[in-house]
Design a protein. Sequence first.
Length: 157
Amino acid sequence: MGKKQAEENNRVLSERWFSYLYELGTIYNSLFSFISLPRSELETLAAIRRLTVKNEKPGPARICDILHTSRQTMTSTLDKLEQRGLVRRIPDPVDRRRLILEPTRKGIDLLKKILEQLIAIHHERISGIPAAEFEQFLVTLKKIADSLAQTKEKLEV
């Protein structure tokens, strides 16, 4: 593939990707308003859950780094999640100055409910795509994700 064709492919991919993300974002925003949970709180809850599933014990600073948010904003978000009964702050038994964040059963159940709704939406949207074509899309998407991960690693060094 020539340089000109590669540039055109990248342009088309970028346009389609942004279009896809925009459409997906509007669906997600509708879903978030349906559950009456601001997106920032949902993203925080989901990040905490992802890390605890990996057996990490995240603190507020770790979540700030992941979500690229300020400490003040995170404190406010955690206060709201705690008031809703979705997250709890636990003193670290090793370092009493540090807090560990955990989703509550209510928080985990809410994430499961949202995931079920997202899966249903995605299933409905992709049901008309032939299985072989969708499988190839997933293979290609994995290659793109792996390439992006390598780029991220290079930037972090």
